[in-house]
Design a protein around this ligand. Structure first.
Ligand code: XMP
Length: 516
C-alpha cells in the first residue's frame, strides 16, 4: 500500500497531519525523527513529511532528521520546523524574528507551484513560529510570502522538496486539505488505498498467520475499542477460536450488559462469557469512601475475577487481544513518535494476565495503527450498530468513580436511572453526537426540597458534558439552557431520590473529566 511517512519532531500537530492524510484516503504512519527510511518495509513510501517541533533549529540539541531521508528519492514536505531544519541542513539561514507570526496570516503567492494548485492568491494560512527562513537553502526558491514579507513557502521542484512555514493540518488554515492533497496525490502520486474495508483484508491475513489454530481471548469492557476488537476477530477467525469475556462489575450503565451481549452474539460470538461479579465488587467497596482506595479495590477485584475465570476456561495458552489504539501507542512511546506522555497511564490497571501474555509474545493489538474515528468507521464496516460505535468513553471503574463517597447498590440504582434518562434525552435531542462524553454524577450530599407542604432531603445530581479531541484536555459543552432545564425536570420527576440537579461548568484542566 502507498504510504506517506510523517517524521515526528515533537510538534503538537504531528498526529493531526497523519490523520488529515488518512482522511484523504492515503495511508500514513508516524516515525521518530531519526528513523532511517531505508529500514521501512511495511508499505511503499511515496512521500515524507517533516513535522513541526517545540525546538528551535538554532538550539544545540534540536532534533535532526535521519540523513538518509534526503537520499530516499521521494518528495519531501517540511512543515514549519520541518522547513527550517531543511533550510539549515542545506546551507540556508534561519533566524529569530523580531516580530513573530501567530494565527491567521494571508499569503501572497509569487508564482505557480504544484503545491498551490487550485488555491487562490491571498488565502488565509495559519502560522505559529518564532524562527523564520532568512536565506533559502540552495536549490530552493520562494513561492509564497506573508504580509510581513516572510517566506511562507519554498520549493525545489527538481528534487521535489517543498517547505511551508504555516500549518495546513489545522482547521483554521484555509485550503489546508487542498495543499496536503496536492502534496500527497499530485506531487507524491500516492494512491488512495486506505479504507476500512482494505484494512480488514490486510489485518485478516496478519491475524490468521499469527494465531493459526490457537484460541484468542478478548476482554470486553463494553466500550467501543474492545467491542470492535472482538467483532474484528470474529470476522477474521473461526468464531470457535474466539473467547470473549465480559465482567459485570455491578458498576455498569443501565442495560449495558445485555446490549453488549446481544451485539456480540449478533456478530457471531459462540464463546461469550458474561461474568456477573457485581456482588463481589459491591461487597469489597462497602464502607470505602476514599476515591483512590475505591479505584484500587475495583482494579484488584478485576484482576482476581479475570484470573479465576480465565483459569476455569482452561485456555491458558491462548492469545490475548486488546483494543490498543494508535494514540495509546504514541502516548506510551512504543516504537512510533518519540514524545512519550504518561498522562493516561494511571487509568490502566497493570494486569498480571496482560503482563504474562506480553512476556510470552501472546498479545495481539489489531487496532494499534488506528485512530479513534477510524475504529468507529471499522465498527460500522463490521456491522456494529451506531449505539455501540458512537458511544461515549466509559471508564473501567464505571459508576464507582461517579458515585462520590461510599458506593452502595441503592446508589448504583439511582445513578443508573438518572444517567439513562440523561443519555436518552441527549440522543433524542440530537446532542449526544456533539459531545465527547456526557454522564451523571451522584453527590454525597442531600439538599433541602419541598414536596407539597413538606420539606425533604434528597440527593444532588451533577450532569457533566464535555467536548474534547482525545480526553487529554476538555471544554465544557455549551448546553442549550432549555434542554438542560427540561432534562433536570425529567430526572427529578422520574427518580424520586434526586431532588436537585446541577451542571458542571469546569474545563480540563484544571478539573478532570471524571469527578473522582
Ligand atoms: P480524566 O477523568 O482523567 O479522564 O479527565 C480522561 C478520560 O479517561 C477516562 N478515564 C478512565 N478510563 N479507566 C479507564 O479506562 C480509568 O480508570 C479511567 N479514569 C478516567 C475518562 O472517562 C475520560 O474519558
Amino acid at each position: 500500500m502507498d504510504c506517506i511517512l510523517i517524521y515526528d519532531f515533537g510538534g503538537q500537530t504531528c498526529q493531526l497531519i497523519s490523520r488529515r492524510i488518512r482522511e484523504l484516503g492515503v495511508y500514513s504512519e508516524i516515525v521518530p525523527h531519526d528513523f532511517d527510511p531505508f529500514q521501512y518495509s511495511n508499505h511503499t513510501i511515496k512521500g515524507i513529511i517533516l513535522s513541526g517541533s517545540p525546538y528551535s533549529v538554532r538550539e544545540a540539541d534540536a532534533p535532526k532528521p535521519h540523513r538518509r531521508v534526503f537520499e530516499r528519492g521521494v518528495p519531501i514536505l517540511g512543515i514549519c520546523y520541518g522547513l527550517q531544519v531543511m533550510a539549515q541542513l542545506f546551507r540556508g539561514k534561519v533566524e529569530r524574528l523580531e516580530k513573530q507570526e501567530y494565527g491567521r496570516a494571508p499569503l501572497q503567492l509569487l508564482e505557480a507551484s504544484p503545491l498551490f494548485e487550485g488555491v487562490p492568491n491571498g488565502f488565509v494560512s495559519w502560522m505559529s513560529h518564532g524562527d523564520s527562513v532568512a536565506t533559502p537553502p540552495s536549490g530552493f526558491k520562494i513561492v509564497a510570502v506573508s504580509k510581513e514579507g516572510i517566506p511562507a513557502a519554498l520549493e525545489d521542484r527538481e528534487r521535489s522538496w517543498y517547505g511551508i512555514q504555516f500549518h495546513p493540518e489545522v482547521t483554521h488554515c484555509e485550503f489546508g486539505m487542498k495543499i496536503l492533497e496536492n502534496f500527497s496525490l499530485r506531487i507524491c502520486g500516492a494512491r488512495k488505498e486506505w479504507s476500512m474495508e482494505r484494512y480488514i483484508e490486510t489485518v485478516r491475513t496478519q491475524i490468521q498467520q499469527r494465531v493459526g489454530n490457537s484460541k484468542v481471548l478478548v476482554l470486553i469492557s463494553g466500550g467501543v475499542d474492545s467491542t470492535v476488537t472482538g467483532a474484528l476477530l470474529l470476522k477474521c477467525l473461526d468464531p470457535n477460536q474466539v473467547h470473549l469475556m465480559y465482567i459485570d462489575t455491578g458498576l455498569m450503565r443501565k442495560n449495558e450488559t445485555q446490549e453488549v451481549g446481544e451485539n456480540l452474539r449478533k456478530m457471531g460470538a459462540t464463546h461469550l462469557h458474561i461474568i456477573d461479579a457485581s456482588s463481589r465488587f459491591l461487597e469489597a467497596l462497602r464502607g470505602v469512601e476514599d476515591p483512590e482506595k475505591k479505584r484500587q479495590i475495583i482494579g484488584d477485584q478485576f484482576i482476581r475475577v479475570q484470573e479465576e475465570e480465565v483459569g476455569k476456561l482452561g485456555i491458558t495458552d491462548a492469545f490475548l487481544a486488546q483494543g490498543t489504539l494508535y494514540t495509546d501507542m504514541i502516548e506510551s512511546g512504543k516504537g512510533v513518535g518519540k514524545k512519550a506522555q504518561t498522562i493516561k497511564s494511571h487509568h490502566n490497571v497493570r494486569s498480571p494476565l496482560v503482563e504474562e501474555k506480553r512476556a510470552k509474545g501472546l498479545v495481539i493489538e489489531p487496532l494499534e495503527r488506528l485512530y479513534k474515528d477510524e475504529v468507529r468507521a471499522l465498527g460500522r464496516e463490521l456491522g456494529l450498530p451506531p449505539s455501540i460505535v458512537n458511544r461515549h468513553p466509559f471508564p473501567g471503574p464505571g459508576l464507582g468513580v461517579r458515585i462520590l463517597g461510599e458506593v452502595t447498590e441503592e446508589k448504583c440504582r439511582i445513578l443508573r436511572e438518572a444517567d439513562a434518562i440523561y443519555l436518552e434525552e441527549l440522543k433524542k435531542r440530537g446532542l449526544y453526537d456533539q459531545i465527547w462524553q456526557a454522564f451523571a454524577v451522584l453527590l454525597p450530599v442531600r439538599s433541602v426540597g419541598v414536596l407539597g407542604d413538606a420539606r425533604d432531603y434528597r440527593y444532588v445530581l451533577a450532569l457533566r458534558a464535555v467536548v474534547s479531541q482525545d480526553g487529554m484536555t476538555a471544554d465544557v459543552f455549551d448546553f442549550p439552557m432549555k434542554d438542560l432545564k427540561e432534562i433536570s425536570s425529567l430526572i427529578t420527576n422520574a427518580v424520586p431520590q434526586v431532588g436537585r440537579v446541577v451542571y458542571d461548568v469546569s474545563s480540563k484542566p484544571p478539573a478532570t473529566i471524571e469527578w473522582e
